[in-house]
Design a binder for this molecule. Sequence first.
Ligand SMILES: [Zn+2]
Ligand SMILES: [Zn+2]
Ligand SMILES: [Zn+2]
Ligand SMILES: [Zn+2]
Length: 383
Amino acid sequence: MASGKVPTSSATLTCLCGAISLPGSYLKESHFPIESEICHCNPCRYSYGSLIPTFFEIKNPPPAPALAKLRKYQFTDVCARYFCATCGTHCFVDHPHKDNEWFCLTGIVELPPSIPNKPPNLVTINSHQYLADTLDGGMAPLFLDPQPNSIKPPTIFAAASRDPDSARDPTDVVTMAQLSLSHPSPQASHLNAKCHCKGVNLSIARADYTTNPHNVHPDKQPTNKAIRDKYAAWFCACRSCRLSTGSSITGHMYVPPAAITDATTGDSVVLGLPALNDSKVNQSAGLKTLTHYRSTESVVRSFCGNCGAYVFYCSVNQDKDGKAGDGHGVIDIAAGLLRAESGSMAREWVYWEDWVSHANEAVDQKLVEVVKEGGWKSVGLAQ
Ligand SMILES: [Zn+2]
Ligand SMILES: [Zn+2]
Ligand SMILES: [Zn+2]
Ligand SMILES: [Zn+2]
């Protein structure tokens, strides 16, 4: 009996710019919350820019008028991804080898703000799949913290969840993460970040707050002052980030613009309003598919126009001289694009804070809780 539960028909499936807007009756399940697995596979992280993509099955393919506003990215026979051509929101996934098997990204589903009995979570995470791709366990360790009254932790699969032989013990996941924490400091001076299609291929100079050559504001430096060669990273649960990645919470690494170049040519990257207003910039090989969308008066977001990967959040609020930046001397890079040797969390380059911005906007409180309360510290993974 589903009485008291909020029906999915109350929801809307939407992209950031609103070009895509479908009724919640497209969802296969009738009530929230809906179970989903986190897919940790490399193609998902690299084409969404998200560390924790999750999906809801839908009853039917999106209608033709919606499909006409979406761009298709397909590199395999088994999966085609669709994102909004205007704002970059990844909306749908088709499994073309199966008859009428479509999914939406869970982050595009939202309820009206005024709805009574709003559920604390739209999604219930039931498993992790393709965890081996992360090398370091990704965010899975955060779900392991045994808390009073907590629900059963999601089950873990190194490969596809339909492959029971790939089931893994939670201790294996902690070991993966601990190994990544002790990964040697990189010899390389630059970290690579790129989308799945490689149309956006970036090089990020190592952090250096000792001399702080890029003049990064203390608010965007790691709170642990012993770490002077790592960029800070944390999560955001705001609506715009959710719709940019299609995921409830979005991990960002905070990097000064001057530290980011085209990995293929060394050219500097033009960001924010100057990039939005001049289509002739960013023409070098590693920047050529970078596409921009002004999500609010004060924010320009960038994504790959070919594979749809979310790439940058760039505030233009305090941009008096026309340069990119948010007054803290940083822009936000989607963590899902990082290509560190240690794995998906890039722990030899990045310091992860147990912090979620705009937690009050979160549609999945459980995900906020695992970051803020579960936390890496409690499973022995603090840096
Ligand atoms: Zn859109
Ligand atoms: Zn995947
Ligand atoms: Zn791409
Ligand atoms: Zn945000």
